[in-house]
Design a protein around this ligand. Sequence first.
Ligand code: NAD
Length: 479
Amino acid sequence: MHSKNWIGGEWMTPSGKELTVKNPSRTTEEVGVLHLSDRSHVFAAEQAARAAQIGWAKQTGAARGEILFQMAAALETNADSLAQLASREMGKQLGEMRGELARGVSLLRYYAGEGMRSNGNLIPSSDTNVLQYSRRVPLGVVAVITPWNFPVAIPIWKIAPALICGNTVIWKPAENGSLTATRLAEIFAETKLPAGVLNLVIGKGREIGNTLTNEAEVDAVSFTGSSETGRQIAIACAGRNIKYQTEMGGKNAAVVLADADLDKTVPILLSGAFRSAGQKCTATSRIIVEKAIYQPLVERLQTAMETCRVGDASDLEAYLGPVASAAQYETVGQYIALANDEATVIAQSPSYAKEEQGYYIRPQIVEGVAANHRLVQEEVFGPLAVLLTADGFEEAVELCNQSVYGLSASLFTRDLASAHRFLDVAQAGMVRVNQETAGVEYQAPFGGMKLSSSHTREQGQAALDFYSTTKTCAIKYAW
Ligand code: NAD
């Protein structure tokens, strides 16, 4: 398969640099070729999106919603083949990838319905015969910049609310999600989406992403990716006074209190830490355990790890696939080496016979490092979890909050009072009890505190606030 740009309803293949995409599960297998855009493609997309925006915003919410319903139906029809392609492109285990596709369909339907819901408030006037109200209006042209770890769901949770609000979109996906992005755009092209409403530009972040955020005449940027890139984008957008949203890294803690139901807790910890090979911004990477139950929890984790098999992403029996790329393999490998040197490995998943064929990293749980150690403080973005101990609730919360990140946090307990106290004091945008740090539902606001997020939220109704601005309207209808 070859990547393509979709600009103003036309498909085109840039004639410049190319990149071969290899399957992270079997690196000898070529999945396709990326054709990298240059700056001129960004400006062409900007013009197409600008030209389409007024007409798109003029359509009724119901009409825009109807097109989103069509997009959902087209995606549902093609879900399995797209899941397979994404799984081959970035290594997410096929069962999980299918789950992601189902979420994409639900997101489109959820936002399609928003076209028919109220989008403002009636505000009493202090004058007579005045009708005063607020309404949400679109921002204009929105740049959407997405990472590779959720190559379908993240783009859709940005594109769908942007479109229903009446914006047009220029989408730049991550390099190793670009074949999936091309196919997704092809699927959307089967619907009645007008030309130029959604534009796809494939290319390098430093070139195409940078041109989009620094030079193109866009009215807003929605970005998900690393904290480093996010901060650069935030600075660029603030300098241009355009709206931005940056969803970034995490170092999410799960706190296990002595009264937790350990048999139920352990599978949830494992899933939070190791599904998607730990490459979720909301993955559990710190497990903070009350001392009284440390040993029994460790024993249960050791037993559970026996079933946490790494395998080819197409293997439905595998718990996790490889990490996504050579770059990921190298970075995560450095943290695994650090863990082997400076921590104690208490559990590691069984070895995979064909490890040398792909970017396979066996999940590890380690202990024996201080709370300020790099393994406890830095985002690994791979299958590595660190255990820490706490004397009780207060110390556990202190450790949980001792992070520059604040995306997601979980508590495991049977005590309602502890649960409520944790929901009050945990410094994270998403706080959960007896649940994974990952897996927040799409109809609820998604985002973090501190360095995890700019100060907006995605998904749910919160996304509609980001992709629109408020207009206050008043009319004196009689003198
Ligand atoms: P990344 O920052 O390298 O890239 C993300 C996107 O930004 C890609 O499309 C990339 O091409 C583009 N980009 C890179 N440099 C750019 C620049 N200078 N200007 C504009 N765009 C640029 O991140 P990644 O490695 O693809 O993703 C992993 C990171 O994403 C992790 O830190 C993870 O925690 C984070 N993430 C966060 C969330 C969240 O919602 N908080 C969700 C998923 C992933």
